[in-house]
Design a protein around this ligand. Structure first.
Ligand code: C5P
Length: 427
């Protein structure tokens, strides 16, 4: 904080739920200190963007930049701070770059918003009220299955309610609507079929009270069990451990909301090109609420058509991989989400590498995931190819992305296939 005295801070944060949560925590803390700052929310960092940043200001990257150290090094920034949890690309870090990243130490699983929160809590105890945003970032990055020591501490600081229940969101809204729109999990004869929904609810012994069905969080243990059984009977591929788990409930705009749903709203706004709405939504600016929710509805419809396209598209498949080159048929901002949905679908066996590609300007956005979050390190895989084709790469072991130029499309696919066809032999 010493270095920031009397200097403008330029903050650059990522556009997903974790990045937006990190940004809101940081700017709220800085506002209290009367610090001068500017904020840019980006979908990815590239060399060109980094080159254009002011070099004299104090530069703070949130939820990104660990994969771009080499580009940062090439520019003479006076001071750079990075709060991030992605894998680090460089071996030696120069003195003008300070990094907070657990990948350099114990590799504890924590979101960038969690790290940003812990940093801001050190500045002032008053910032404890942003603990809920750190948990939201954790949910956004799917880190809630194994809650690490640091996340546990943040959870205790927050007023978030953790409750076992059916993992379909929003768990706070009447079941009939929630089941009708459930795409993850997909429930045959129920998803998109209101008659099927009512039949399943009847079969589970649930009736509306004063015309209204209970929400997931209002169900008794017995009702939860009956509904779970009905869902599993309709889709035996769903594992009960994926259907029952912890729900995280927090107050936003003075109303109890499901963190997974809030994260979906934030992501939808950002991925539709409206990260400003996402930001205001998490800052609880009341004028943003309706806009954020309607953007979410529109985005969901677009996502469904994107998924449909991908389902029917021609795929390049091998023993343990599938490559879907959607070209201009899906927005680049949806490539990662679609790859994640596919990696959770029962259609792919554990360890399968799923790669989606989508055009973006004269470039291609590539996203890679492992089904079942196990198998080969996809970040390393993309990084190896990028060394030949050029581009920007970053991410984690089981969820990574890169951007390449469209001219390299065929070369990239060929290299990807060659690398994926080589079996990884464990010694
Ligand atoms: O973009 P996508 O969703 O496929 O990215 C997967 C993960 O990799 C995300 O956590 C994203 O922030 C990270 N990533 C990155 N640098 C890139 C591309 C992706 O850090 N150039």
């Amino acid at each position: 904080m010493e270095k920031s005295r009397d200097r403008e801070i330029q903050i650059i944060s990522h556009f997903d739920t974790d990045g937006i949560s990190s940004a809101v925590i940081m700017i709220s803390a800085l506002k209290k200190l009367d610090s001068k700052f500017s904020l840019k929310i980006v979908k990815s960092l590239d060399e060109n963007f980094i080159n254009k940043l002011s070099k004299n200001k104090l530069t703070l990257f949130l939820d990104l930049a660990s994969g771009s150290i080499e580009h940062i090094k090439k520019n003479n920034f006076s001071d750079v701070f990075i709060i991030d949890h992605h894998e680090i690309s460089a071996e030696d870090i120069p003195e003008n770059i300070d990094i907070v990243n657990p990948m350099m130490h114990d590799k504890q699983k924590i979101s960038s918003s969690g790290l940003t929160y812990l940093f801001c809590r050190e500045i002032s105890e008053e910032n404890k009220k942003y603990a809920k945003l750190a948990i939201l970032g954790m949910i956004g990055d799917n880190l809630e299955k194994e809650i690490s020591k640091m996340n546990h501490e943040i959870l205790e600081d927050s007023e978030i309610i953790k409750k076992r229940g059916i993992l379909i969101y929003p768990s706070t809204r009447p079941l009939n609507r929630v089941l009708e729109y459930s795409s993850n999990p997909y429930i045959p004869d129920v998803t998109g079929n209101i008659q099927g929904v009512l039949e399943m609810l009847r079969e589970s012994g649930l009736a509306p009270k004063n015309g209204k069905y209970k929400s997931i969080i209002e169900l008794s243990d017995d009702e939860t069990e009956k509904i779970t059984t009905s869902i599993l009977l309709r889709n035996p591929k769903i594992k009960s451990k994926d259907l029952i788990g912890d729900l995280f409930l927090l107050k936003m705009f003075n109303q109890l909301e499901d963190a997974r749903d809030l994260s979906a709203v934030v992501n939808a706004c950002s991925r539709s090109g409206n990260s400003e709405i996402a930001l205001k939504f998490l800052m609880e600016v009341s004028s943003s609420k309706k806009l954020a929710e309607s953007t979410h509805i529109k985005y969901r419809q677009k996502l469904i058509s994107g998924l449909k396209f991908v389902e029917e598209a021609e795929k390049i498949s091998g023993k343990n991989f599938v490559i879907i080159n959607a070209k201009e048929n899906i927005p680049d901002t949806m490539a990662g989400t679609i790859a994640s949905i596919l990696s959770n679908s029962p259609n792919y066996s554990e360890g399968t590498v799923i790669v989606t590609m989508a055009y973006y300007e004269n470039r291609i956005k590539v996203s890679a995931r492992n089904a079942g979050k196990c198998g080969r390190n996809v970040r390393e895989l993309l990084a190896r190819i990028i060394q030949i084709t050029d581009g920007e790469v970053g991410g984690h072991e089981h969820a990574a992305g890169c951007i390449i130029s469209q001219e390299k499309e065929n070369e990239f696919i060929d290299l990807l296939k060659k690398n994926l066809e080589v079996e990884v032999v464990k010694v």
